[in-house]
Design a protein around this ligand. Structure first.
Ligand code: SAH
Ligand code: ZN
Length: 714
């Protein structure tokens, strides 16, 4: 799991582990005030929340369940533990196991089942350590495993220590999509120095990181803003040079690479093993390194980015290997299958990573080019060079243009979506004349600047975020625009003059689709000051929903029950409780990365006409799955909800890009996230099944609520 703005549980543990000092076990739970930014009004509001609100939110949104549903991972750890413990016993020694980052205790319980003699389990996140103790009790292994609620680097060894003696087997899973982003390098180094015998076995034994050089104009849209052009490819806005030249953000773009359409990228190299990590202790671990490798280009093209993934060798003999490769490079993929991407294990807690090159390089087939791979304690970055283009340094790229700091990758890709921007532009060109006074409600888009370029008399753009204002000012300068003012709030005087309102209905602050109702909130706020007869772009919006069957995504939320024969129901209860408290029932996901089938007709929930706004409205309704009979077995495990914005004759969908047919895979828009409700239990639906929705919206306060579920709970 990953959000641009909200980090997953695992990285939370890394960056906010100071929180673990809070005593979550106290029995008196208080209500506390928390500060929250209302995405519709943009205001900061005080809210009464459960004392542990943010802890619960993190648990509820954690990728933990998905990781535990990862059967391949679980089984390979189990098998490797079995082999290691056997080996130690065969040498006539006791097997003393250390499990770093035990989480639910899974790997320790496996070790107990494999006959380990002593087991120490440490966990840095205290609430998890507490949950772990309960899981151990429930599974009858509490007396075999010592749980220590500490970071491994704080463990002590000795008669009075956390461990009586050093361990001779280490089992640990402290890896993220970047492999080392959770601090694996220091965790292993420290363990070998202080916690392990010299002669020891480590699971996993080693890891390899692979890189592949790629051209992909599609993915580059997530990285760099393109010039804005109209229908006839006339240039409307030129992107400032400093944005084109910016080395970009060093932050990894984690992505389900196997879902990227095959025609959207070109491989310019084979997969290149770039870094080998020996976890076994036989050689030391470098906290920092730079490696230069010559490789032969396999295709002529423009090298724009590096695709990265890794594999773990679980045992020293290399018999058990776990690969995170995308389908075309995966050792277990069936390439002759109709859909090779469906022949490899799915997981969301480890994806693949895209690193955008600080500078693109044209490369020729059969030529030799150098890949420079750099690593520090927590991250990776890359450079590419040939004889003609040598870099002066290989420093970690930093954004110097503002875009990579101000805007999420998803928002950048949205702004680059030509199909959508052309529809908006077409309408702007149609409506804006030399007498127009334009008010743009969304300064995280370029519609107002475009209105100025196509001849408006004057343009006011509402924007409060200083980074966004910086970007607008750079565009204004680059394009020599003179009649634009950026304002934080329009005065009455301005509002009285306005003839046209424009608003690209995607705010950089919005995560869920209805957070873009900010446009309706603002229009309602200004309604009495505005002249009659002004034009508004877009005209209206509709919200739609449909029942779906996720191929895999539901695994990030469904209960675990029994996992490798271990009862995890206490963990399920903890997650469920956290979900209730933090109310994160509906979440945003980029559904194009998560295949699903349409399992019910899309239904319109409500629409809002932007020129006819009511202060509050509420609606509800019931919808049968289909209007006719259905055949076959039709499991439903979620609902997807999205907005369609109407711009004159045109419709801009932030959901399916073409009308979904019952039973077919849905083709989702690549540049927005959809709202998703994942059902705890899958349900096989018949034509008599009915779902309901309830919507309440308050445009005065900027509040929106939506519920969606079955009419008859099973
Ligand atoms: N071992 C479990 C959980 C893996 S998730 C399993 O395989 O299912 C990784 C866990 O390690 C997280 O709970 C995180 O809090 C913990 N962690 C990461 N680095 C740690 C360290 N150095 N010491 C203790 N815990 C750590
Ligand atoms: Zn930048």
């Amino acid at each position: 799991m990953r959000f641009d703005l909200i980090k997953g549980f695992r990285s939370y543990l890394l960056c906010k582990s100071f929180k673990s000092s809070r005593n979550y076990s106290s029995t008196i739970k208080m209500q506390v005030f928390t500060q929250k930014r209302n995405p519709i009004t943009g205001d900061t509001e005080w809210d009464v929340q459960h004392e542990d609100y943010d802890y619960h939110q993190e648990i509820a949104r954690s990728a933990f369940a998905d990781m535990l549903h990862d059967t391949e991972r679980n089984k390979k750890y189990y098998r490797a533990l079995q082999l290691a413990i056997q080996k130690v016993h065969n040498h006539g020694k006791k097997a003393n196991v250390l499990d770093i980052g035990t989480g639910t205790g899974l790997l320790s319980i496996m070790a107990a089942k494999c006959g380990a003699d002593t087991i120490t389990a440490c966990e840095a996140f205290k609430p998890m350590a507490e949950c772990c103790i309960k899981i151990l009790q429930m599974n009858g292994v509490a007396d075999k495993i010592t749980v220590i609620p500490k970071r491994s680097t704080e463990l002590t060894v000795g008669d009075d220590g956390d461990m009586k003696q050093k361990a001779n087997i280490l089992v640990t899973e402290v890896f993220d999509t970047e492999l080392i982003g959770e601090g694996a390098l220091s965790t292993f180094s420290h363990a070998h120095k202080y916690l392990l015998e010299e002669e020891c076995l480590v699971i996993p034994d080693s890891a390899v990181i692979y890189a592949q050089v790629i051209e992909s104009p599609l993915l580059q849209k997530w990285n760099k803003l393109n010039d804005l052009v109209d229908e006839d490819l006339q240039l409307i806005l030129r992107t400032p040079k400093k944005m084109k030249d910016c080395a970009g953000s060093a932050a990894v773009h984690d992505i389900q690479l196997s879902q990227v359409p095959r025609e959207a990228f070109k491989e310019l190299s084979d997969q290149i093993p770039i870094f080998y990590y020996d976890w076994s202790g036989h050689s030391s671990i470098d906290m920092k390194r730079t490696v230069q490798q010559l490789f032969t280009v396999t295709n002529t093209g423009k090298a724009q980015m590096i695709f990265m993934w890794w594999e773990l060798n679980m045992d020293p003999e290399g018999k058990i290997c776990l690969s995170c490769a995308p389908w075309w490079a995966h050792p277990d993929a069936n390439l002759s299958s109709e859909s090779p991407k469906d022949t490899i294990p799915w997981r969301d807690h480890w994806m693949q990573a895209v690193y955008y090159l600080p500078r693109e390089l044209i490369v020729e087939k059969h030529s030799e080019v150098s890949l420079i791979s750099c690593q520090d304690e927590y991250s990776l970055w890359f450079y590419l060079q040939d004889e003609k283009t040598k870099h002066k340094h290989y420093q970690r790229p930093v954004c110097e243009c503002g875009v990579h700091m101000a805007l999420s990758r998803t928002h950048v890709s949205y702004l680059n979506d030509g199909r959508r921007s052309k529809k908006l532009l077409q309408k702007v060109i149609e409506e804006v004349s030399k007498d127009s006074v334009v008010l743009d409600l969304n300064g995280s888009s370029f519609l107002g600047l475009a209105a100025a370029r196509v001849g408006a008399k004057s343009v006011y753009i509402i924007e409060n975020m200083s980074l966004n204002i910086g970007i607008l000012n750079d565009y204004i300068k680059e394009n020599g625009i003179e009649n634009v003012q950026i304002i934080s709030e329009p005065t009455d005087e301005i509002l009285e003059k306005v003839t046209n309102i424009v608003c690209d209905p995607n705010f950089s602050s919005a995560i869920l689709p209805w957070e873009n109702l900010k446009v309706a909130y603002l229009l309602y706020k200004y309604r009495n000051k505005l002249k009659d007869g002004i034009t508004v772009i877009p005209t209206s919006c509709e919200f739609w929903a449909m029942p779906v069957e996720f191929q895999d995504l539901h695994k990030i939320r469904i209960p675990l029950g029994i996992c490798e024969g271990i009862d995890m129901s206490i963990f399920d209860t903890l997650v469920e409780k956290s979900r209730m408290i933090s109310d994160s029932e509906i979440e945003a996901q980029p559904l194009w990365e998560y295949p699903c089938k349409c399992r019910g007709l899309p239904r319109k929930l409500f629409d809002i006409h932007l020129k006819d706004l009511k202060p509050t409205f509420a609606c509800d309704g019931k919808n049968p799955i289909v209007d006719s009979e259905i055949e076959g077995v039709n499991p439903v495990n979620g609902f997807a909800i999205w907005a369609v914005w109407v711009v004159g004759e045109n419709r801009i969908s932030s959901g399916p890009v073409d009308w979904p047919n019952f039973g077919d895979n849905v083709n989702w828009d690549l540049h927005t996230r959809q709202a998703v409700k994942i059902l705890k239990h899958s349900r096989t639906v018949t034509d008599s099944d009915v779902w309901y929705y309830q919507v309440a919206c308050d445009l005065e306060k900027g509040q929106f609520n939506l519920h969606i579920d079955w009419v008859n709970e099973e």
